[in-house]
Design a protein around this ligand. Structure first.
Ligand SMILES: NC(=O)c1ccc[n+]([C@@H]2O[C@H](COP(=O)([O-])OP(=O)(O)OC[C@H]3O[C@@H](n4cnc5c(N)ncnc54)[C@H](O)[C@@H]3O)[C@@H](O)[C@H]2O)c1
Length: 249
């Protein structure tokens, strides 16, 4: 029996990287999963990797509030309810703040912050109707560290941490748990576009375990926080960073 047997989950930005690993891990644990992403090619590739009938690929742009509501409502109508929401979608861009293109700032906040707000608004009535559920938001250890050129990205992840605690308090009375996952640097398509080969090496060297976390490491933590094994845990940000944040300079 899977640890998420009979549960349904909506995962945003699930076509690639960490979101894909989370969606596939949830399916492997018995969940019915909406794999929502804006990129149809990623959805096709990810669907081919799934071993089980539980995966539903869905084209969805989280920055479009109406689209998010339509896709979450449509998934619930088909799956019969919603137990788990994972706010994972992101748009990576690193640059010094002084010259940062304002259009890119808007696009990053539209996906990384507003996308999570819209998904929470759309999902909450369905989670309440189920008598409870779980929300997982993707934060980052970058919130606590000085990462060159990452001011906009870390501002978004800081907002996600704060949103996690606020929503945990607001939704706790409805038996809805809200937690965040804060990975260290994980080699994904998005992160690899902003971190150099030297950056990866230095991060690996700084981690206590002398390794980088993988997308599957993050997915295993997501399964735990989405399952009833973590029934008394809410409002936390769980680091999956191989100990990188506890090393000194
Ligand atoms: N990779 C890391 O090192 C790392 C570290 C800490 C936290 N995180 C967090 O983990 C999450 C996933 O990161 P990743 O590295 O897998 O990123 P990624 O860029 O590899 O994947 C992001 C996914 O989001 C999708 N996406 C982008 N815009 C979208 C939109 N408007 N609507 C729906 N989907 C959209 C992309 O198509 C892509 O599939 C993010 O929230 C990120 O901040 C990543």
């Amino acid at each position: 029996m899977g640890r998420l047997q009979g549960k349904t989950a909506f995962v945003t930005g699930a076509g690639g990287g960490i979101g894909r690993a989370i969606a596939l891990a949830f399916v492997a644990e018995g969940a019915r999963v909406a794999m929502a992403d804006v990129d149809p090619r990623l959805l096709d590739a990810a669907t081919a990797e799934s071993h089980g009938p539980g995966l539903m690929p869905l084209l969805c742009d989280v920055s479009d509030r109406a689209d998010v509501f339509a896709k979450i409502d449509g998934f619930v109508a088909e799956a019969g309810g919603l137990d788990i929401l994972v706010n994972n979608a992101v748009k990576f861009h690193y640059a010094p703040l002084a010259g940062f293109d304002p259009a890119i700032v808007d696009a990053m906040f539209d996906v990384g912050v507003k996308g999570a707000l819209w998904a929470l608004q759309a999902a909450t009535p369905h989670l309440k109707a189920r008598g409870g559920g779980t929300v997982l938001n993707l934060s980052s250890i970058a919130v606590e560290m000085a990462i060159p050129n990452a001011s906009v990205y870390t501002a978004i992840k800081g907002a996600i941490d704060a949103l996690t605690r606020q929503q945990a308090a607001e939704l706790g009375p409805y038996n809805i748990r809200v937690n965040a996952l804060a990975p260290g640097s994980v080699p994904t398509p998005g992160a690899s576009a902003v971190i150099t080969a030297e950056g990866w090496k230095s991060r690996e060297g700084k981690s206590v375990l002398r390794r980088l976390p993988s997308a599957d490491d993050v997915a295993r933590a997501a399964v735990f926080l989405a399952s009833d094994e973590s029934a008394c845990i809410t409002g936390v940000t769980l680091k999956i960073d191989a100990g990188m944040t506890i090393t000194g300079p």
